[in-house]
Ligand binder design. Structure first.
Ligand SMILES: *Cc1c(COP(=O)(O)O)cnc(C)c1O
Length: 311
């Protein structure tokens, strides 16, 4: 099979269920909530990473790239997804990992290695240069023919794949989504129907720069007032989660009947329910929460250790 045929097989069909859920807080505030189960899009390529990589990888294939290279942390859903996709496309992959080589045996990176990904571990200082043009030029020289993909897969070609999510949604008033690097929200914004607002729940301490990043990816975001960021629900920072919040997330997961992990989907869902309880969303609103996946990362549930190692 040619790589283009492999690409079509991998990305040709996107089916993920939309599940209505129940919770006393929804009833109390006269809201309806459904969950777009993108965590079920693909067995090994996590929800939003599947959508974000779709057209990036088509470009790589049509450019006849000899391999794929990208960046991430030791529990990166993106590197995990890229390794699986590279394996399916028959393309070698290289992951530049922030951290020590001892992480190579964690579940995320073990999977990635099993799919053939070569790992290059770099210290924080080096990792910080991942967007510098001279640093990237040096990587390109060392790995000729490789297609370089930014951290999290967030780049302009990530947008059209995310935008396709709307094609499978019924009309709703509010679309809720977790936000880290902003590519997911930018892509959704690029095809936002007039009647739907998008609210992004930042899972890291984003503050001002986060909306700037989204506007860098999708310039019309700057003048679109149909979206907003919730910046106060980061729970202490990226991949940090208190014991209390963990318990609250587990409670939500069991009430809603949907698996949640504490880094993205659970943290955003907890933020959403705190907002609901505070009366943030007008009564009568039809809410849809995008479950972006990430459950593979939750396999290493050694919480204290993990929050110390992340970022
Ligand atoms: C990467 C990721 C996100 C964040 O997406 P961005 O495009 O970086 O904002 C959200 N949820 C999950 C599960 C992820 O893996």
């Amino acid at each position: 099979m040619s790589s283009l045929q492999c690409w079509q097989q991998l990305f040709g069909q996107s089916l993920s269920p939309l599940t209505p859920v129940h919770h006393p807080a929804l009833q109390k505030h006269h809201l309806s909530l459904s969950i777009k189960r993108d965590d079920l899009l693909h067995p090994s390529i996590s929800g939003n990473k599947w959508r974000k990589l779709k057209y990036v990888l088509r470009q790589a294939v049509s450019d006849r790239a000899t391999g794929l290279l990208s960046f991430g942390g030791a529990w990166s859903n993106h590197l995990h997804a890229l390794a699986a996709a590279g394996h399916a496309l028959g393309l070698p992959t290289i992951g530049m990992v922030r951290g020590e080589p001892e992480y190579a045996t964690n579940p995320t990176l073990s999977d990635a290695r099993a799919w053939g990904m070569t790992l290059e571990f770099v210290d924080r200082q080096t990792y910080r240069r991942r967007h510098d043009s001279d640093f990237l030029a040096d990587i390109a020289r060392r790995h000729p023919g490789f297609y370089l993909i930014p951290e999290g897969g967030s780049c302009p070609l990530a947008l059209p794949g995310m935008a396709e999510l709307w094609q499978t949604l019924p009309p709703c008033d509010e679309l809720l989504v977790p936000v880290a690097s902003g590519g997911t929200l930018a892509g959704l914004l690029s095809a936002r129907p007039a009647g739907t607002r998008i609210t992004g729940y930042a899972v890291l301490k984003g503050k001002e720069w986060l909306s700037g990043t989204i506007c860098d990816l999708f310039a019309p975001a700057a003048t679109d007032n149909g979206w907003q960021l919730r910046l106060e629900h980061h729970g202490g920072g990226y991949a940090k989660c208190s014991a209390t919040d963990r318990q609250a997330i587990a409670g939500l997961s069991s009430t809603l009947g949907v698996p949640l992990e504490p880094v993205y989907s659970g943290k955003a869902m907890l933020g959403l329910f705190r907002d609901i309880e505070a009366g943030f969303y007008p009564p009568g609103s039809r809410l849809v929460f995008v479950h972006t996946g990430g459950l593979q990362g939750a396999r290493a549930q050694i919480s204290a250790k993990r929050s110390g190692q992340a970022k």
